[in-house]
Design a protein around this ligand. Structure first.
Ligand code: ADP
Ligand code: ZN
Length: 287
C-alpha cells in the first residue's frame, strides 16, 4: 500500500509518498500561488506517484463540517485566490481514493501524538507559534471538533504591562494571542525578526507571559495530558523554562497538572510533523 500526504501551507505545498509503515519514499514542494497553478502541480505529482489514500492538512480556515455544503473548502482566507476554494472536491474529481481532510495544524498535532512528544498520551494540546498561532486538541485520538475546528490562536489575553499597550497585529482582533505573540508581532515591535533578538532580551519574558496565559486558559478548559509547542518562534529554547515558571505562578495551585517539565514541551518531529501526521491520517482513511 502507498500513502500520500499534502501539507498545504500559506507559503508552500509539500507533497509526499510513503509505504504503509510511513517510511517516506519521495517528497517535493512548490510555492503556494493560485489554485490553478499550485493544484496542477499536486495533480501531476500524484499522477506520477499513485497512492491508495491521501491525507491533507490545509491552511485555513477550512470547513470540516461534513453536513455543510462547503465541507472540504478553504473558506475565509486572506489569501484571496484561495477564498472559497473546494480543495477536497478538486482532489476527489482527480483521484478516486479515500481522503482525510483537515487543517495543517491538525496534521502536525496528529504526527506529534502518534510519533512525537505526545506518544503514549491520550489528550494532547498542540500549539504552533510561527507566522500565526494555531492549535489542535486531540482527545483519545480524535480531533476536537464542534461547529467547526477550534481557533485557539485568537484567544484574548491580558496585556503584559511591559509591552506598553502594544496594539497587536491580528487583522481581526489586534491584540489577541496571535496578534501579540506570533512572528509578525515580534517584527512589528522590534523592526527585526525573532531570530535576530538576543535570547537574554527581556522581550522573551513578555512573550513567555503570553504563552503561559494561553497554557493556563487551555489547562482550565481542556485539562490536557501534555501541551506541545512547535513553530518558528518556539525555536527560542529559553522560552520553555520561562513559560513553565510563569504558568505555575499564574495557575496558582488552583488545579493539578503533570510534572511541569513534562507538561509544557517542545515538539519532537520538528518540520516533519505535518507530513508524518498527514500520512498517518491517509492510512486511517483506508481503515
Ligand atoms: P509558518 O508559521 O509560516 O508555517 P514558521 O513556523 O517557521 O512558519 O514560523 C515563521 C515565523 O517564525 C516567522 O515570523 C519567523 O520570523 C519566526 N521565526 C523563525 N525562526 C525563529 C527563531 N529562531 N526565533 C524566533 N522567531 C523565529
Ligand atoms: Zn486574532
Amino acid at each position: 500500500m502507498k500513502l500520500g500526504a499534502i501539507e498545504a501551507g500559506g507559503t508552500k505545498f509539500v507533497c509526499a509518498v510513503s509505504d504503509e509503515n510511513i517510511t517516506i519514499e519521495d517528497r517535493t514542494q512548490f510555492p503556494t500561488t493560485t489554485p490553478e497553478e499550485t493544484m496542477a502541480q499536486v495533480f501531476t505529482y500524484f499522477e506520477q506517484h499513485p497512492v491508495d489514500a491521501i491525507g491533507i492538512g490545509s491552511f485555513g480556515p477550512v470547513s470540516l463540517n461534513e453536513e455543510a455544503d462547503n465541507y472540504g473548502f478553504i473558506t475565509n482566507t486572506p489569501k484571496l485566490a484561495w477564498k472559497n476554494y473546494d480543495f477536497l472536491g478538486a482532489m476527489k474529481a482527480h483521484f478516486d481514493i479515500p481522503f482525510y481532510f483537515t487543517t495543517d495544524v491538525n496534521v502536525a498535532a496528529y504526527g506529534e501524538y502518534k510519533a512525537g512528544a505526545g506518544r503514549g498520551k491520550q489528550n494532547i494540546l498542540y500549539w504552533t507559534v510561527g507566522t500565526g498561532v494555531g492549535a489542535s486538541y486531540l482527545q483519545n485520538g480524535g480531533f476536537l471538533q464542534g461547529y467547526s475546528h477550534p481557533e485557539m490562536g485568537h484567544i484574548l489575553l491580558r496585556h503584559d504591562p511591559r509591552d506598553h499597550g502594544f496594539e497587536g497585529v491580528c487583522p481581526y482582533h489586534g491584540d489577541c494571542f496571535e496578534g501579540l505573540a506570533a512572528g509578525p508581532s515580534i517584527e512589528k515591535q522590534f523592526g527585526k525578526k525573532g531570530n535576530e533578538i538576543d535570547p537574554s532580551d527581556e522581550f522573551w519574558e513578555i512573550e513567555a507571559n503570553y504563552i503561559a496565559q494561553a497554557c493556563v486558559n487551555a489547562t482550565l478548559i481542556l485539562r490536557p495530558d501534555i501541551i506541545i509547542f512547535g513553530g518558528g518562534v518556539m525555536k527560542q529554547s529559553q522560552l520553555f523554562p520561562q513559560i513553565q515558571k510563569e504558568f505555575v505562578k499564574q495557575l496558582a495551585d488552583y488545579v493539578d497538572f503533570p510534572e511541569i517539565s513534562n507538561y509544557i514541551v517542545h515538539v519532537e518531529l520538528g518540520d516533519d510533523a505535518g507530513i508524518t501526521g498527514a500520512l498517518m491520517l491517509a492510512k486511517k482513511a483506508t481503515e
